[in-house]
Write a protein that binds this ligand. Structure first.
Ligand code: GUN
Length: 285
């Protein structure tokens, strides 16, 4: 079997179009733009690019996207004051603090200062707890994007054996919760799992999010499995590769995401979706 490629770029474009329609309806109905404020502390090159792309994507969807840059020397109190000011502004629907923050800043205190209803990253403990208890909430963008990709395959998740490789707060854990909420039988594996191959071989759904190039070997993939590769790593040749050995896995899977062009484009699309969801919830309450 050769897998069908799950085209994250095309699916993300579809999500962005849906978001743009909701943002336009919001503007007509409520007389203001849906607004996302992005806070970047310091000048880490990758974070500068990511945050610019987030703000630009908002504008492209007919929303307001504002990037607030603060010097790397900012104190925790400076950043808290900034975040609290944005949260208090009724015209702001979403507040996102780009990670990682400089080491001297108390990341937990800053993330906790984002009100749960404006927490479009889904990182606040209230949203994490709501997800775990099966209540409506803002869900971390990357796992939300993975779920959307899985839904595009039409493959039934109920009763399916799913393995999430990776246990991060941002991807692995929420991913497992989302799959569980859809009645999959979920195993969380990670870099220290013994006999990882034996665990992956069982899975009809594989989500790899460990950040290790080609950790998941192609011959571990169960024939017909759906493979979602969250990893973005540079290999020794400087090429972008995922956590899955794509060349091997594509020969066995039914569906597979490429790297780049799979999960990556979905993350910003889901951020926009979360922001418009937060705006709609704010006016409904
Ligand atoms: N840094 C890398 N990924 C993310 C993300 O999804 N959200 C935020 N806030 N920072 C990040």
């Amino acid at each position: 079997m050769t897998a069908t490629i799950l085209d994250g770029k095309a699916i993300a474009a579809k999500v962005r179009k849906e978001v743009a329609e909701r943002a336009s309806a919001f503007r007509i109905r409520h007389g203001r733009l849906v607004g996302l404020e992005v806070v970047l502390v310091g000048d880490d090159a990758a974070s500068v690019v990511y945050t610019r792309n987030k703000a630009k994507a908002c504008e492209e969807a007919g929303m307001r996207g504002v990037l607030h840059r603060m010097p790397a020397s900012s104190s925790t109190q400076d950043v808290l004051a900034k975040v609290r000011g944005l949260v208090a502004d009724a015209s702001v629907d979403g507040v996102l603090v780009q990670l990682p923050l400089p080491k001297h800043i108390d990341t937990t205190a800053v993330l906790d200062a984002v009100a749960p209803e404006k927490d479009v990253d889904g990182f606040h403990p209230v949203n994490v707890g709501r997800l775990a208890s099966g209540r409506p909430c803002l869900v971390s963008c990357t796992p939300a994007g993975c779920m959307r990709l899985l839904d595009e395959t039409g493959v039934s998740l109920a009763g399916a054996r799913a393995v999430v490789v990776g246990r991060s707060t941002i991807v692995g854990k929420p991913m497992a919760q989302l799959l569980l909420a859809r009645d999959a039988t979920v195993t969380i594996a990670h870099s220290k799992t013994r006999d990882l191959g034996d665990v992956v071989r069982e899975a009809e759904i594989v989500v790899a999010a460990v950040g290790r190039p080609a950790l998941v070997r192609g011959d571990w993939i169960r024939p017909g499995a759906v493979v979602i590769d969250v990893g973005i790593n540079r290999n020794d040749d400087g090429k972008l590769v995922g956590d899955v050995d794509f060349a091997g896995a594509v020969e066995r899977a039914s569906w597979i995401t490429p790297v780049p062009g799979g999960v990556g484009p979905m993350t910003i699309a889901m951020l926009l979706a979360n922001t418009v969801q937060a705006a709609e919830a704010a006016v409904a309450s």
